[in-house]
Ligand binder design. Structure first.
Ligand code: DSN
Length: 424
């Protein structure tokens, strides 16, 4: 354990050795592995410190200047600063920084602009959408009449003819674009044109790509989507939380839906950490990081293709790669488990038109944000692809010793890339 880390957790270790030990073990795990889960990252020490402040002690239901508890002199300033930084960074009229996470943020959008039974439209989950875009097992799918678009089988990209046709037929109140497993640029302008034609509100869920948008590595939805929803902890590299952004016209309904519609007191320690992350995201270094994420993803994709991996859509434009392992003769789940043992952490995922079940699908989802934060570059990506290929071959052949040997190599490799908050 590093000195910095030990001093930060000294009192925790004194008070609760068991939890301190587990936190430390998680630190080692995060340090020793190549982390490729597309929705994860490493936050800065500053973001971590803001998250661990005494702001967690305060209740502040309501909004700045209109709270239901006294003692908001400081909290109001923190929340206003976070919202102002979000408005400035993304160039939006309005930002609400209170949603607890992405799913509650999206629920607030439904509450603001639709009523139970209304029709809403989103990308289907197995095609790359999100549960809260109306998937059947989610409350959004149970309470609303949801219709879904997908991608074309031949290109792996959104089929805008299908989107337009479905929108004209179903006349949804809301159209969600964006998702959780989309390796290509989201064409916000094309979605906006369709939404305008059918008089729907376009909601851009940029949870995965918010850091790329902020850093100029992905087009912005501003000017196309009236409502923008995002988590703050993926490519944006903040604490676990979310934000809703919108045009001035949509602001009031969104705020009312978040509080008192859905939530109680905001998590003020998270709000402060969001403010810190947004401050970091406004720097030139962050734009360099955002561009490097994409460079790394393209390099990793190319190296994987060379090694015979089939990639949905044939590659990537952003931080995310979706591999279909059918040609590798192994399911996504056993492959992900073997890779984890070999020191590469990612998740199994459905691929479009997947013949297998969601809990045992054909694919792997891979993201390059966390390795980029650690300082890995495009020159490191071929080695990662080689380890992935070797681990998958070893898994298929049942050679567990080979997985352990790879894990050792990866531990040595990772030692060159310290992580914030842990390590020498
Ligand atoms: N957990 C998010 C992701 O991994 O993309 C979705 O909720």
């Amino acid at each position: 354990m590093s000195d910095t880390y030990a001093s930060l957790t000294r009192r925790l270790a004194e008070a609760d050795g068991e939890i301190a030990r587990l936190v430390d073990e998680e630190g080692r795990r995060q340090h020793d592995k190549i982390r490729l889960i597309a929705s994860e990252n490493y936050v800065s020490q500053a973001v971590m410190e803001a998250t661990g402040t005494l702001l967690t002690n305060k209740y502040s239901e309501g909004y700045a200047g209109k709270r239901y508890y006294e003692g908001q002199q400081i909290i109001d300033q923190i929340e206003e600063l976070a919202a102002a930084r979000a408005r400035e960074l993304f160039g939006v009229d309005h930002a609400n920084v209170q949603p607890y996470s992405g799913s509650p943020a999206n629920l607030a959008v439904y509450l603001a602009f639709a009523s139970p039974g209304d029709t809403v439209m989103g990308m289907s989950l197995p095609m790359g959408g999100h549960l809260t875009h109306g998937w059947s097992v989610s409350a959004t799918g149970k309470w609303f009449n949801t219709v879904h678009y997908g991608v074309r089988k031949d290109t792996g990209r959104v089929d805008f003819d299908e989107v337009a046709e479905l929108a004209r037929k179903e006349r949804p109140k809301l159209i969600f674009c964006g998702g959780t497993a989309i390796p290509r640029t989201v064409d916000f302008a094309a979605f906006a044109e369709i939404a305008r034609e059918v008089d729907a509100i376009l909601v851009a869920d940029i949870a995965h790509i918010a850091g790329l948008v902020a850093g100029g590595a992905h087009p912005s939805p501003v000017g196309h989507a009236e409502v923008i929803s995002t988590t703050t902890h993926k490519t944006l590299r903040g604490p676990r939380g979310a934000m809703l952004m919108s045009t001035a016209e949509r602001a009031k309904a969104l705020d009312k839906a978040v509080f008192p519609g859905l939530q109680g007191g905001p998590h003020n320690h998270t709000t402060a950490a969001i403010a810190v992350a947004l401050h970091e995201a406004a720097t030139p270094d962050f734009s360099t990081y955002a561009a490097q994420i994409v460079t790394n993803a393209k390099s990793l994709a190319a190296a994987m293709i060379e090694r015979g991996f089939d990639l949905v859509s044939g590659g990537t434009d952003n931080h995310l790669i979706l591999a279909d392992l059918t040609s590798k003769d192994i399911g996504g789940k056993p492959a992900a488990k073997a890779l984890d043992r070999a020191g590469i952490e990612l998740n199994f995922n459905t691929v479009p038109f997947d013949p297998r079940k969601p809990f045992d699908p054909s694919g792997l989802r891979i993201g390059t944000a966390a390795v980029t934060t650690r300082g890995m570059t495009e020159t490191d990506m071929p080695a990662i692809a080689a380890w992935m290929d070797a681990a998958i071959t070893a898994a298929r052949e049942g050679r567990e010793d080979a997985l352990d040997a790879i894990a050792g190599e990866i531990r040595d490799f990772c030692a060159k890339y310290p992580i914030p908050g842990w390590g020498a």
